[in-house]
Design a protein around this ligand. Sequence first.
Ligand SMILES: [Zn+2]
Length: 112
Amino acid sequence: MTKACYSDPKKFHTSKAGRHRAKLQLSAHPTCLWCEQEGHTVQATVAHHIEPFGDSWFLFMTIPLISLCVPHHNRTAQQHERGRQPQEIDADGYVVSKQNPGGAVRKKKTGT
Ligand SMILES: [Zn+2]
């Protein structure tokens, strides 16, 4: 039997082995996979598990990782935690920005 050193899932990511694995992933794939799929090259800083590992140390260490940038990783994390879309999306698929109060709305008139 192996020692149950890592029985607390909250400590998985900060464990030496967990950090080492993330480091290996990021050095093997230094750019964000999802940005690549969108046609950009962005440096990845997060190693993200492609499937939930629950509280299993074994799964944590065996489920494949992908490299993501912080914005992409935050998006998945927020969706997982809240179980809903983290941002308001308008009918056109754009994020509704609340950082531009009174800013000019530059929408072309496309007729009514
Ligand atoms: Zn990205």
